[in-house]
Design a protein around this ligand. Sequence first.
Ligand code: GAL
Length: 432
Amino acid sequence: MAVSLHRLFSYVLGALVVTAAAHKSAPSVTSTAASSTLTGIAATAPTIGPSHQVGRLPALGWNSWNAYSCNINETKILDAADLFISLGLADAGYEYVNIDDCWPLETRDASTGRIVPDPSKFPSGISGVADQVHALGLKLGIYSDAGTNTCAGFPGSLGNETVDAEAFAEWGVDYLKYDNCNVPSNWTDAATPPDNDWYNSNSAIRYRQMTAALNQTGKPVHFSLCIWGDANVWEWGDRVGHSWRMTGDVSASWSSISSIIAANAQHLDSVDFFSHNDMDMMEIGNGDLTLEEQRTHFAAWAFLKSPILLGTDLNNLNSTQLDIIKNAQLLAFHQDPIVGTPATPFNATASAPSTSPPEFYAGKSSKGTHVFIINTNTTATKTFEFGNVPGLGFGRFRVQDMWTGKNLGTFANKFSITVDTHDTAALLIHRA
Ligand code: GAL
């Protein structure tokens, strides 16, 4: 079993502190309010919540879509799994190997009603791939859709939740990404949801049906809602799944990455244990993002506690890119067993300009207080006052660079650092 010491330690510590770490959301079974005036499907839809045996921390792994789009097969999936081991990604905590759209045949099995893995792409079937992924100590994810068909036109699970959840469980699937394409017109959302709660919207109910079906199988599955920020998902996502997409699809450009950070920064109250805004999959290794932009992409996903699912052919990552995605201090912040909340924007100085996305973020981890500074413009010196960082106050502080582990010195009142164009400074701060 390739379980890293770091992960094992986090797990044990996490189990010890789980009762102490109060979480804002309800336990895994929820019900609609007694005073509810719900009618129709909203009155009878399942209210079972997601399993809390999985999904406490944001997922770390890889997904096939940004790397290969529809052009997938089991060799590529198993190659990614092998590279988790040989590149040290498993030791760094990466565990989910996720198959995206285009894995099945276009029609279900006529007698069982099941979705059928395309035998030309997956000769071992999904269960054969799951066995090999599990043998490496990793977990397997699969993809379906809360509509009649997936975005690429393969069978969707709306109305077939039970038969599909049973198949996924039987095959040994550990993670389900559930997309939002091809929604029939009778499932469209009203302008205002029943009881003014988006949990009762038709969108939420399409996803709740799968939560219930997954629950019935008895196998804990990480449930990832690929709902693109629709239906105010951040308000109800943790009652239905473990993570939820906040936007449309990421692309390998600074404008895409910075706009996703900006969109997500408005809804950070939703992020905690078992409750993760999903900023979409990583583009490190794709397109022509600068090194600094790739560092910001990784750092922001880590300090905002989004799932981090690598999205490139891992064979092509160079050592600088590997150092970014294996950075121990940023991963430790992301996977902190005691603090579930992300870093959030703060006012660095009285005269700090307002930017989109915000440039200055502060948060806690079990190691101390952290400040993250994204430079949204050209190379510049960035300054913040310690007194403006929540929880720090005035005085002298030791500052460490989380990227390098280097001690930057002891400073009074304020701290300044030069940050390159689109780069992110990541700092750990202790009172001196
Ligand atoms: C999109 C989804 C992408 C990818 C794609 C597959 O809706 O946001 O992440 O899964 O479908 O067709």
